[in-house]
Ligand binder design. Sequence first.
Ligand code: G3P
Length: 214
Amino acid sequence: MKLFIDTANVEEIREIGEWGILEGVTTNPSLIAKEGLKLEDVMKEIVEIVEGPISAEVMGLKADEMLVEGRALSEIHPNIVIKVPFCEEGLKAIKKFHEENIKTNCTLIFSPAQALLAAKAGATFVSPFLGRLDDIGHVGMDLIESIKKIFVKGNISTEIISASIRGPQHVIQAAEAGSDIATVPYKVFKQMLNHPLTENGIEQFIRDYEGMKG
Ligand code: G3P
């Protein structure tokens, strides 16, 4: 499973990028707004840091508007992927982008039926939201498992991006369920580093080695 970072913060991308494990970036309008910057400017910076798909979301509600925005964003860099919200108009836009060889990430996927429609329209990626399903008492991971089964049985090449990740356990469960990608927030990447036995072990090794020398 590939690891993307889910943020529009360039410093966070730079820091995690230095670990050598990042293969892509996803953003959304809320994350862009948090940075208080223009989407195009953020994209221009991100493509210089990470080599891999970088998702930028369109805001139009009509397919024609999505197409105008998406075509302009895709001009910024070949790695830009157009993130399209799941809806009827989104499906029409995805189909057209597919015909134009522009990659898409269909977002706000909350059911296997939506994932199947997006894939059939030609989406390169679908983004099911785990955390937001958990928040309303569903089991988000069931959705990943179901989509995976449908895509494997149907020989569908659309990749699954597990999104709305809330903790390291989501990342591990997504990998176990066969998700192609998990898009992980900065905070969760930092949580993935930690284990008290590792920290204690390092301290113990240093103490023992320093003791031998003395
Ligand atoms: O970027 C899409 C998704 O990961 C958003 O997650 O935490 O706002 O539910 P969240």
